[in-house]
Design a binder for this molecule. Structure first.
Ligand SMILES: C[S@@+](CC[C@H](N)C(=O)[O-])C[C@H]1O[C@@H](n2cnc3c(N)ncnc32)[C@H](O)[C@@H]1O
Length: 255
């Protein structure tokens, strides 16, 4: 990944799981903010606990001390750190099916780099439980643009198996609408031969698997078509790794 895709930007990481990649981006590339979302409540709670640990560990940057001290104070007072932290990094619309956006707060100055004005890791991260697949087209239409970069790594297979072709298309439409003009989608879509191994999970997933007509090798054309509207693919690469499972194909689409 390239720093310029993230530096100083508002980033959304869809299907962040425990947040390892969210953390890496937040730490290495200094986004203005990064929101990691995942449908799995337990996973989001673990990611939040990790965030808590980062705040408590001595390895975080000097300037994040402010937050650490504040968290410690709150702990002494018996106040929940999570709810307090939301005031540092609030979500304006914290709802399950609709738009998500993040606003700056007064406290940003206290946790920001004095030269760049950017929040410093880990103050630039928040994790939220959220199903990114809109329930219907009306909800897609309501989505306002907010993010500069959307990251979607190893998630499309799960969306596809759970919500079929229509759900995945709605998912892509929402991503497009959620991005500002000039925004980027950093996408790693699993190939179709990777779906089959999981099709035995349940009868529903098997039925969905056999219903699929919109194959991953058609995603590029679809994303670049008038149905979605991305202008071009500006980057393509495959991670170098000895193990096939970690050779992850990455594409970046420009809105
Ligand atoms: C294979 S993991 C990918 C984790 C991470 N992006 C990575 O590349 O390492 C897929 C994640 O997508 C999440 N997910 C599946 N469906 C989702 C949905 N509808 N909305 C949000 N997250 C979803 C799963 O809970 C899971 O954590």
């Amino acid at each position: 990944m390239k720093k310029e895709w993230f530096h100083g930007k508002n980033v959304l990481d869809i299907g962040c799981n425990r947040g390892h990649i969210t953390y890496a981006i937040a730490r290495l590339f200094s986004p203005k903010s990064i929101v990691g979302i995942d449908i799995d409540k337990k996973i989001v709670s673990m990611a939040n606990k990790d965030l808590h640990l980062h705040l408590e560990s001595g390895i975080i940057e000097e300037s994040a001390k402010f937050r650490l001290e504040r968290a410690a104070k709150l702990r002494l007072e018996g106040v929940s750190i999570y709810s307090e932290d939301r005031q540092h990094f609030p979500l304006s619309e914290y709802i399950s099916e609709g738009p998500i956006s993040v606003h700056n707060t007064q406290s940003q100055a206290a946790t920001a780099d004095p030269d760049s004005g950017l929040r410093i890791f880990p103050n630039n991260i928040v994790f939220v439980e959220h199903n990114y697949v809109p329930a219907n087209d009306q909800l897609v239409a309501k989505q306002r643009d907010y993010f500069d970069t959307v990251v979607c790594l190893s998630v499309t297979k799960w969306i596809h198996l759970n919500y079929r072709d229509e759900g995945l298309k709605r998912f892509f439409k929402r991503i497009y609408k959620h991005l500002r003009p000039g925004g980027l989608l950093v996408l790693e879509a699993q190939p179709f031969d990777n779906y089959g191994r999981r099709k035995k999970l349940s009868d529903r997933l098997r039925a969905n698997y056999y219903s699929i007509q919109f194959k991953p090798d058609e995603f590029d054309a679809y994303l670049l078509s008038e149905q979605i509207g991305f202008r071009q693919i500006i980057h393509e690469s495959i991670t170098e790794h000895e193990c096939d499972g970690f050779k992850r194909p990455l594409k970046v689409f420009l809105k």
